[in-house]
Design a protein around this ligand. Structure first.
Ligand SMILES: [Zn+2]
Length: 261
């Protein structure tokens, strides 16, 4: 044999419980690995939110499900599997969508939140609600063969700081044609980021993972001075959300042109 590897079985002690309640919005390719990471790190309460059922076209990249779950609510089936693996965990499955009406209450009643959705509009709604309520939110998304994640703090930067010109196609094709392993990596990283030490106020670290080169890069990002969520009056943005579904497309005011001399 050219080499040998000695494998030591892992020590299976239960995680030390931490007084943290987390909500995960979306129990698909991101939410499943994120929930495992949080449970393994000792989070004591988890709320799993997803209005959808397990679909036979994409269940293979959603690690908690198998063929027996087809047609059943994702939040409930994931809760069953998590409870079997982590009996200490308090889990609340909610088979419902996140909306303008319930998102603030949801975030205010948890220590932190994970964005596991693949809907651009909901991602901006969650980002705006995180800035408004002060509950940290870990954004995650997969665009073709690249995965992105960073933590949104109340002081920003937020999703609007990162994507100054929202595009309908930007994140809506989140899982179209992507490798499940990219979503698995990003979801697990979201869980770890949620519990990691906070960055300097007004800054965040964007993690970019390229599924082709397998390169992981960390990029420092800062709050945009013209971001309507981080810098504008909170009521303005929230009134726009209540008025219609296109509030996520609100763009920052253009920067004043800089005089040159
Ligand atoms: Zn912002």
């Amino acid at each position: 044999m050219p080499f040998s590897v000695e494998i030591t079985p892992p020590v299976t002690t239960p995680p030390r419980l931490r007084p943290i309640s987390a909500c995960i919005i979306g129990m698909g390719g991101l939410g499943c690995p994120a929930s495992l990471a949080l449970a393994a790190d000792g989070v004591s309460k988890l709320t799993l939110i997803d209005p959808d059922t397990v679909d036979e076209t994409n269940w293979h990249r959603q690690s908690w499900f198998n063929e027996e779950d087809f047609g059943q609510p994702k939040a409930e089936r994931a809760a069953v599997r998590l409870k079997a693996r982590f009996p200490h965990l308090q889990i609340t499955p909610r088979v419902e969508a996140v909306t303008v009406d319930n998102v603030q209450g949801l975030l205010r009643t948890h220590t932190l939140a994970i964005d596991g959705t693949d809907d651009t509009r909901i991602k901006f709604l969650l980002s705006d609600a995180a800035v408004l309520t002060g509950t940290p939110l870990v954004f995650g998304g997969v665009i073709r063969l690249e995965g992105l994640t960073f933590r949104i703090r109340p002081s920003g930067p937020c999703l609007r700081c990162l994507f100054e010109v929202p595009d309908a196609e930007m994140l809506s094709c989140a899982f179209a044609g992507v490798m499940g392993s990219i979503a698995g990596f990003i979801g697990a990283l979201q869980g770890e980021l949620a519990l990691s030490p906070l960055e300097v106020i007004g800054k965040a670290t964007l993690h970019r993972f390229n599924g082709t080169t397998l390169r992981h890069r960390r990029v420092s990002i800062a709050r945009a001075p013209d971001c309507p969520a981080c810098n504008g009056p909170p009521d303005t943005l929230w009134n726009a959300w209540r008025a219609g579904d296109d509030a996520w497309q609100m763009r920052p005011k253009p920067l004043p042109s800089l005089a040159t001399s």
